[in-house]
Design a protein around this ligand. Structure first.
Ligand code: SF4
Length: 179
């Protein structure tokens, strides 16, 4: 990892986030990820941070090509005592987004003016998304998978394993594009 990112990684660690450096060539984008959004996700179309309300996979491919560096951000939550995982998931992703958003802002202050966060899962900044004009446009971000990123492979490329259906812990994962 280039030394210019050291203070950012330290800041992430202070916030409880693990930041793994990624060359953007190691962030795979696949058209088939769209199947998981459009046919099977009950949140499809329910927020302005989800397809079809965001840029297309092809548009994002072009955007990603203009970046060379990114951080895979991982926030681990202990869910061993959780009985209602859906309610907890909403709270966890909100907390994790707040930390990752702060990191994006810090990156900007450090001179990485094109830093941009792909947030952990769909936006839940409002109780219900109004699906018209975003109520908090400065906080509107979409998730990696919403633009076709295969997060499992991206994690493997960072020497991490994404495990599904593990009741003891829940990972909130985001990607911070940085330049
Ligand atoms: S900030 Fe509110 S209005 Fe904007 S995308 Fe998120 S939930 Fe929707």
């Amino acid at each position: 990892m280039p030394g210019k990112y050291e203070s950012l990684v330290k800041k992430a660690s202070e916030m409880g986030l693990k930041a793994h450096f990624l060359d953007t060539n190691n962030i795979p984008i696949e058209n088939r990820i769209a199947l998981k959004c459009a046919y099977g996700c009950k949140s499809y179309g329910k927020t302005l941070s989800c397809p079809p309300h965001i840029m297309s996979i092809d548009e994002f491919r072009k955007v990603l090509a203009e970046y060379s560096s990114a951080f895979l951000l991982v926030d681990e939550h202990d869910t061993s005592g959780v009985t209602d995982i859906l309610e907890a998931w909403s709270k966890f992703r909100k907390e994790s987004f707040q930390k990752m958003f702060e990191l994006e802002q810090e990156a900007f202050r450090e001179g990485f003016t094109f830093s941009h966060l792909l947030r952990p899962a769909a936006c839940n900044e409002c109780e219900v998304c109004n699906l018209k004009d975003c109520a908090k446009p400065e906080r509107r971000r979409f998730a990696p998978e919403a633009v076709g990123i295969n997060l499992q492979k991206a994690m493997e490329n960072a020497k991490l394993v994404l495990e599904f259906c593990k009741p003891g812990k829940t990972l909130c994962i985001g990607i911070l594009l940085i330049e």
